[in-house]
Design a protein around this ligand. Sequence first.
Ligand code: EPU
Length: 427
Amino acid sequence: MDRIRIKGGNQLNGEIVISGAKNAALPLMIASLLTSEKLVLDNVPALADVKQLQKILANHGVDIKINANSDDMGGQQISFHASQISDTCAPYELVSAMRASFWVIGPLLARMHEAKVSLPGGCAIGTRPVDFFLDGLKALGASIKIEDGYVIAKAPKGGLRGNRVCFPKVSVGATHTVMMAAVLANGTTIIENAAREPEVSNVANCLVAMGAKISGIDTHTLIIEGVEKLHGANFEVLPDRIEAGTFAMAVAMTGGDVLLKKGRVQDLQAAADVLIDAGVDIKQERNGFRVKANGAGLRPINVETDVFPGFPTDLQAQYMALMTRAAGEAHIKETIFENRFMHVAELARFGADIKIDGQNAIVNGVPQLRGAQVMATDLRASVSLVIAGLVADGETFVSRIYHLDRGFERLEEKLGRCGADIARISD
Ligand code: EPU
């Protein structure tokens, strides 16, 4: 198994190109199931999760071609052609590795009027149930049974029927899924308390480019008028705000001056504001945003994760790593997932002082972290260990980095080009 070795202490300077967003690319790929015509996606990141979803889609009969790869960091262009759906079952072996693969249930049900999808797996950050998905699909008339770990869904005769769906809590995945189901339903669907994360808007805009009728994009209420058919389109995956926020925190940690090309501050304003309050300089430029910091004297700023436009849960671990070096005490509250503090025990190996009390973490900054042997536990937690390693005194080894490969494209190369001493080693 590969590990990452980091020698801490170098500042970061230069440019990093932000890849396409994993959490938009995955549902955009799934949207290809909605049409018999070709969906061509640009700026698709080369990630393990993208490859896994390619396998799942291929199993449904989607013809997938990589037209251009990302050697120049420009992102892949991949075409998806679901001229026929040969299988409406998404089996456990393929779905269990990644929660987002469960979302195929929406388009399969909409287009094929049936789906059998294994209950999902994914990062161990909480129980992550699927009740909102199932209640939403039932509201559109689907019958749902759960048998042997599979959800078996059937649309009523004539297909799904538009209806009002009100989610009890904002859910990104349930919004994607019900939106994709509703675009081909008979009549109008109103999704209330919908997620309005930029990735949801990216997918909604792609569906519109494919002929769907959706209004209320970027708000918590989506109104979807069902259409009979969708057609092909060419669409670009938006830049990854979580990758951009992660590198911004890395620069805040080490000090330096890095232009995050393609990065958009407006997609992570809450996190940018926190970094600015902590003493980091962030400026949007024409082709990205620039992060400058001197690597010392960070002010401790309290943070509570929230749905968009709040501070993203997907940056909580990285921010905690950053606050281990702040001059004082920072309180971090995780409100989205109940078990997303697994990085705390690993950060402690660097000498960090963090106490957990339920949903709250209290981080007391220390003057210096020490290099350590640590283990990645989930995607975002693992990159927080890399950030800590970048300033730790001595060598850090991060093991189980397959978590990292699920969501960060060429992390070592991107950081290495900016001066980090970081390498992937195979034992
Ligand atoms: N929830 C339910 N029932 C449901 C669905 C969700 O109770 O049926 C709860 C969840 O347990 C959680 C909350 O609702 O407490 C929000 O979960 P959400 O459904 O929004 O999360 P998700 O769709 O599973 C996506 C991202 C996550 C990101 C969250 C929150 C993708 C592929 N995943 O997950 O990203 O943390 O939204 O923004 O888009 C990551 O990239 O590392 C990652 C975990």
